[in-house]
Design a protein around this ligand. Structure first.
Ligand code: NAD
Length: 481
């Protein structure tokens, strides 16, 4: 526990740190060696309601601040996070395991949300129009929705929170964050940084807890809560949607994915390999946007697979804090075991493992970069979110067939297409039932772009102008003058 100086491990409510009312705590593990990093307060439903009360108390004052004043605070948050990015990246690696490069990229991405929404805070535009029949004016403005409950996953301990907090604050809302219990330390540190940047006490509260269901459920039943913004699995998202329906709370849901990556016959193979490496290996494959199913045109399979296996094989696995490491451990034993089982299932059904596929001995939740080809349609690898460094490759001959296969999933977050023919590429984009498409790119995330999925991958968008809308309610005034 001496590893991290000034570490916050208590609940963060109304600007002060306090232990859980029950006195309970839980351990946060370092996935690289399975040691305990810290013991963190485990919030109770009563603590969560206290956090909602703290958020509600300051809601009006924060929302009434001028947009420029809120923007200035967000801008300072960007600058502070940028200055301290290496310390934050280290903390992310410690609790999540990801390699230093991935952790730094995450902090840069997080900081950019504060910068982007410092700009958006001043652009909350409404409209004025004339009612066609009566001639009255229709005056439309967007106002802060109220207290937001933000529930985040472990795969991006900083970014999934920043992507919600920044637009919420820009909109004039106050929030309670419930970070994942695997990785609460980064969010607790971020809450302190935000107050240093000028966020008033109570505007951002953080409640880590081992009892996620009870804590989040209690908050959603509190009438002061008006928005629930969740990032995590579709399974938990469905449960939260039911609770949100009971209480008629606005839901914003960023859920699971099962991204197809299509390499057409006319693709630039080097570009496709580079994009595939990003889409597969960014964050070690522990990303909702990770390419899960690779569909490579039969005519370029050999060329693509050869270069892709070489690139995957060149990655160095080890402690993410060490220089030169590309691949850290997965977050926990459960995630590692699931990845291992998926590869075993595919191999048992006839797939060939060209690279990796065997987990190393010793401590830590490591699983190596793995490439599996000739994956049969009935393999679980193609149906489930892998959430690990495994690429499952199939070939295709016909464009319509590959589109049908790509769409044959309940998920609809992101797809990737590689082709030199832009007309073909855009035609395919229109046929793909996904909220986002990377066309000749393996990376779609951008604070200025509306991130989100269709079908069972979610409801709503994060980033861009759309991201702030999730935290605004529309009010219309009918007026004559
Ligand atoms: P998870 O659904 O298990 O947990 C997410 C959060 O919900 C955590 O904070 C957890 O403590 C909390 N939670 C768990 N059960 C709950 C309950 N019953 N009520 C309220 N809260 C509860 O997801 P995870 O394992 O942390 O993250 C991985 C999942 O997140 C993957 O499915 C991934 O695709 C998804 N994800 C989606 C996006 C996106 O933007 N679409 C981004 C990152 C991750």
């Amino acid at each position: 526990m001496q590893l991290i100086e000034g570490l916050q491990t208590d609940l963060h409510i109304g600007g002060s740190r306090r232990p859980a009312s029950s006195g309970e705590r839980f351990d946060v593990m370092n996935p690289v060696d399975e040691t305990v990093l810290a013991s963190v307060a485990s919030g109770t439903p009563e603590d969560a309601i206290a956090a909602v009360a703290a958020a509600h108390e300051v809601l009006g004052a924060w929302g009434r601040r001028s947009p420029r004043a809120r923007a200035d605070v967000l801008r300072r948050a960007f600058e502070l996070l940028d200055t301290r990015k290496h310390a934050f990246a280290r903390l992310v690696t410690l609790e999540n395991g990801k390699a230093g490069g991935d952790a730094l990229a995450e902090i840069n991405y997080s900081a950019e949300f504060f910068r982007w929404y410092s700009e958006e805070a001043c652009r909350n535009l409404g409209t004025v129009s004339q009612a066609p029949a009566s001639g009255a004016r229709i005056l439309v403005q967007h106002r802060p929705a109220g207290v937001g409950v933000l529930v985040t996953p472990w795969n991006y301990p900083a970014a999934m929170g920043a992507r919600k907090i920044a637009p919420a604050l820009a909109a004039g809302c106050s929030v309670v964050v419930k970070p994942a219990s695997e990785t609460p330390l980064t969010m607790l540190a971020l809450a302190s940084l935000l107050e240093e940047a000028g966020v008033p006490p109570g505007v951002v509260n953080v409640i880590p807890s081992r009892s996620s269901g009870a804590v989040v459920g209690a908050m959603l039943h509190d009438p002061r809560v008006r928005v629930v913004s969740f990032t995590g699995s579709t399974e938990v998202g469905r449960e939260l949607l039911k609770t949100a329906a009971d209480c008629v709370v606005n839901p914003a849901m960023e859920l699971g994915g099962n991204a197809p990556l299509i390499v057409c016959a006319d693709a630039d193979i080097d570009q496709a390999v580079e994009g595939a490496m990003q889409a597969k290996m960014r964050n070690l494959g522990e990303a909702c946007t990770a390419a899960n199913r690779f569909y490579v045109h039969a005519s370029v399979k050999e060329a693509f697979v050869e270069k892709f296996v070489t690139a995957m094989g060149a990655l160095k696995m080890g402690n993410g804090l060490d220089a030169g490491i590309d691949v850290g451990p997965l977050v926990n034993a459960q995630t590692r075991d699931k990845v291992e089982a998926l590869v075993r299932d595919a191999a048992n059904k006839g797939a060939r493992v060209l690279l990796g596929g065997t987990r190393p001995g010793g401590p830590g939740f490591f699983y190596p970069p793995t490439v599996v080809v000739d994956v049969p349609d009935n393999a679980d690898l193609l149906r489930e979110e892998i959430f690990g460094p495994v690429a499952a490759i199939q070939t295709f001959e016909d464009e319509d067939d590959v589109i049908a296969k790509a769409n044959a999933t309940e998920y609809g977050l992101v797809a990737y297409v590689f082709t030199r023919d832009m007309a073909r590429g855009l035609r395919m984009c229109e046929q793909l039932e996904f909220g986002m498409v990377g066309l000749n790119r393996g990376l779609v995330s951008d604070p200025a772009a509306p991130f989100g999925g269709v079908k069972q991958s979610g409801i709503g968008r994060e980033g861009a102008t759309e991201g702030m809308r999730e935290f605004l309610e529309t009010q219309y005034v009918s007026v004559v003058w």
